[in-house]
Design a protein around this ligand. Structure first.
Ligand code: HSE
Length: 436
């Protein structure tokens, strides 16, 4: 059988990684796919630049539209990232009847509903395994491996840069900015690193996982998103003293009232496996009613791991081309006419436990005022630690762990606490999840 002809958009880290994996594993890949796979054309902004991959056998172009309009191309790999022109290129490829494979989480999270609608109308596949958690086959696991379950919740460390920063801060006491610069130099960080540290990248990935877990439309704009920039060395140490690690989690949970979609730093018990996922590694914990908790761990970024996911999608698409085009796995796991618009809960309606760090004057009555406000707001305290004042300081750090309470009650309590005369700084609040 003739090789399948592929057009590649983007010769960056992931594009070159994909070329290298396709060459290195050509025999194993075609044994699986049933046909050889050949990248016949590729586009990049600068086609002259020296690269870490061999593009000698490909027609190169600086114009990506040449690739998506090439009549010989059957499958387009979109590996340029960003919203535009990626969206326009993908829609053009679909309109031309080509299957698309993308690693672009931002594109799928924001424009996936539109893209999948066009893909369905044109009878083509759009695959996106590499968009979430790099090399971990989490899309396939949720969409196919767990298809017998009612999925209850998932929680993931899905941004390697953020996890690397928190790990280095904890293990080596390193400074936030210095670690971020290292993540950028290692090629893990997004083009705009605020996407990593402010939680946007994780929110993109959470949007995608929640959609395929619960059969809901992609709704990036409804994700509560909080980054890690306000986490201090002190918080990491105090959390440790209480038996917790701080991880930046994306959490999606089905409740009787609707779906929780939230990205924020989270204290999780140190003994959980996922609490010990360090450095740039990613992990996703998925809880199904039948299977119970399942954990997926691996490299969430980098050339070869991301290429591993891109090539797995290529094999899937090629298998469909060669065998049974009628029986495809739906783009969002559930049949297109069975996607349900369950309500997404506002953050104020989410119930969780909290770590609070306050700075308070060390005099009689201050603690009593704080606990009165917490009590009046229905917030039950699980633990309190008062630390020594720093050298020369007249105020002291006080740390509270609370039981679960609605975010709305906690917002109101924090607002009142910050107005107390004995409180000398804004309250730091980090949510706590036991992930049982
Ligand atoms: N910037 C992302 C991360 C890359 O750090 O995880 C993979 O999506």
């Amino acid at each position: 059988m003739k090789p399948v002809k592929v057009g590649l958009l983007g010769l960056g880290t992931v594009g070159c990684g994909t070329i290298n994996v396709l060459v290195r594993n050509a025999e194993e890949i075609s044994r699986r796919a049933g046909r050889d796979i050949q990248i016949i054309t590729a586009s990049a902004r600068d086609i002259i630049r020296a690269r870490q991959c061999d593009t000698g056998a490909m027609k190169l172009s600086a114009d990506p539209f040449e690739v998506v309009n090439d009549p010989n191309v059957e499958i387009v790999l979109e590996l340029i990232g960003g919203y535009e022109p990626a969206r326009e290129l993908v829609l053009q490829a679909i309109a031309n009847g080509k299957h698309v494979i993308t690693a672009n989480k931002a594109l799928i999270a924001l424009h996936g509903n539109e893209i999948f609608k066009h893909a369905q109308q044109n009878g083509v596949m759009v695959a996106f395994e590499a968009a979430v958690a790099g090399g971990i086959p989490i899309i396939k696991a949720i969409r196919e491996g767990l298809a017998g379950n009612t999925l209850q919740w998932l929680a993931g460390i899905i941004n390697g840069t953020g996890n690397f920063i928190l790990t280095e801060m904890r293990d080596k006491g390193r400074d936030f900015d210095e670690v971020l610069a290292e993540a950028q130099s290692l090629g893990y960080a997004e083009a705009d690193p605020t996407f990593d540290v402010e939680g946007v990248d994780a929110a993109h990935k959470l949007t995608i996982m929640a959609s395929i877990a619960f059969g809901i439309p992609l709704q990036f704009d409804k994700v509560y998103t909080e980054g890690i920039t306000h986490i201090t060395q002190d918080d990491i140490v105090y959390a440790d003293e209480l038996g917790y690690r701080i991880k930046h989690l994306g959490i999606a949970r089905r409740t009787s009232l609707g779906i929780e979609l939230r990205v924020h730093p989270t204290l999780i018990p140190r003994r959980r496996l996922i609490a010990n996922v360090n450095g740039v590694m990613n992990a996703v914990l998925v809880k199904g009613d039948a299977v119970g908790p399942t954990l997926y761990y691996g490299a969430g970024a980098g050339a070869d791991p991301t290429a591993s996911a891109v090539v797995a999608d290529l094999v899937d698409v090629v298998r469909v081309l060669t065998s049974d085009p009628e029986n495809r796995v739906p783009h969002l796991a559930f049949q297109a006419n069975a996607i349900t618009d369950l309500p997404i809960l506002p953050m104020e309606a989410v119930k969780t436990a909290y770590y609070l760090r306050l700075r308070a004057e060390d005099r009689p009555g201050v603690l009593a005022d704080i606990t009165r406000i917490l009590g009046d707001s229905g917030i039950s305290i699980e633990a309190i630690i008062q630390k020594e004042p720093a050298d020369g300081a007249t105020d002291v750090p006080i740390i509270f762990l609370t039981h679960k309470i609605f975010e709305k009650n906690m917002n109101e309590a924090i607002e009142q606490i910050e107005q107390l005369p004995g409180i000398t700084a804004k309250v730091t609040r980090i949510r706590v999840e036991t992930l049982k």
